[in-house]
Structures are given as C-alpha cells and as structure tokens.
Design a protein around this ligand. Structure first.
Ligand code: AMP
Length: 217
C-alpha cells in the first residue's frame, strides 16, 4: 500500500504506521524518526536542525524534500510505504505530487487521523519513546507502559520523554500543525485521495477502518 498518514502530533500516525507495515510489508517512513536519528548521530544535518526540532518548529521544506526524494527511491519502497509525518506543509505536498509523478508512483490514499485537541494533548504528555533511533517504539505511561519501567520491551534501550514533548514545545507543535499542516486535509480532499477516520478510539478500530477501505481486511 502507498499511504500518507495525516493528523496532529499524538493522533497515532506512528502507531498506525507500525500496525499497517504488518499487513503487507510496506515500510514506515517517518521524517521525524529520520531527523531524530540525524540529531542523535550528530551529523551536519542533525546539528543544523537540532534547535528547530527541540522547540517544535518545522525543518525547512527543501531539506525534507531532499531526504524524501532519496528515501522514496530506495528498493524497500517498491513493496509500498506509509508516510508518517510527511508531507507537513502545502509546498511539501505539491513537491511530493511532482516527485511521485516523476517516479511513476500512484498513492492509494491520504488517511486523516482525526482526534480532538484535548485527546492529543493528553497522549503527548504521557507518551514515551524508545531512545534507540533504529527502534523508536512508542509507549504510554497510562495505557501502554513498557513491561519494565523505562526499558524498551523490543530492544532493551531506555524509554524516554522526547525533547520536544515539554508542555511548551507541545503547544507550539499543535499551533504549527493547525497553521501549516491541517490545510493538507483540504488539499488531499481536492485530490480525491482523502479518507477521514475517527482516531480517538482504540488503534484496532482505526486499523479496521483503513483496511476496509483498502480492501485488505
Ligand atoms: P514527528 O516525530 O513527526 O512529530 O516530528 C518531530 C519533529 O521533526 C517536528 O516537530 C519537526 O521539527 C520535524 N519534522 C518531522 N517531519 C517534518 C516535515 N515533514 N517537515 C518539517 N519538519 C518535520
């Protein structure tokens, strides 16, 4: 499958992408994970974007498009991909449309995970993430804690609160989402690709709604 996952921070894009990869082997491509990996590795890109990410600002469109142009041409994308956190602005969505046309790739749909602001605020403040950039498993202190506190079930690395999940950065990320990313819902509706899903409930219900539309259930 070739999907875009849209939704506010905390809407469940990463969780859904991980569940959907199990359906047919499509790869999860999270620009947030790629960028956090660059920051942790201390690459030139990582140094350039570290403070932007920490404060919850977006990384410039041209940097993101450079990363995605390469990533979408890697062989593992042939099976399909789940774009998690990309595109995030109208210029990124337009550039992605051109890129996919050039590469001869057709999207199945853009799924908007629709969740009220209070729910995402609660999810983000209680979310914990595996610190291993190769793993980045997602936990929640209330609904899905790791078996051993602070230790990832999957890889044994420490489970931490992300730097951009302080109250201040979260509120800035939600404002940025409303201003820059929410307009993508209308963009993909006009493209005839939008599936709007109520994502306040359990992830299994959300997965079932997406699978039904894709015909994979
Ligand atoms: P995420 O893990 O998707 O919440 O992304 C974490 C942070 O990475 C965001 O707050 C941005 O600073 C940056 N980021 C991730 N994806 C993008 C994107 N497509 N465009 C710009 N910045 C991004």
């Amino acid at each position: 499958m070739k999907l875009i996952l849209l939704g506010a921070p905390g809407a469940g894009k990463g969780t859904m992408a991980k569940l959907l990869t199990a359906v047919d082997g499509s790869v999860q491509i999270s620009t947030g994970d790629i960028l956090r990996g660059a920051v942790t590795a201390g690459t030139a890109l990582g140094k350039q974007i570290e403070s932007l990410m920490k404060s919850g600002d977006l990384v410039p469109d041209d940097l993101i498009m450079g990363i995605m142009e390469q990533r979408l041409q890697e062989p593992d994308c042939e099976k399909g991909f789940l774009l998690d956190g990309f595109p995030r602005t109208i210029p990124q969505a337009e550039a992605l449309k051109d890129l996919l046309e050039r590469l001869g790739i057709e999207l199945d749909m853009a799924v908007n995970l629709d969740v009220a602001r209070e729910v995402v605020l609660d999810r983000l403040t209680t979310r914990r993430t595996c610190s291993n950039s190769e793993c980045q498993a997602i936990y929640n202190v209330n609904s899905n804690p790791p078996r051993q506190e602070g230790v990832c079930d999957k890889c044994g690395s420490s489970v931490v609160q992300r730097d951009d999940e302080t109250a201040e950065a979260i509120s800035h990320r939600l404002e940025t989402y409303a201003e820059k990313t929410a307009p993508l819902i209308g963009f993909y509706e006009r493209e005839g690709l939008l599936l709007n899903v109520d994502a306040a409930g359990p992830s299994e219900t959300v997965l079932a709604a997406i699978s039904a539309r894709l015909g994979t259930s």
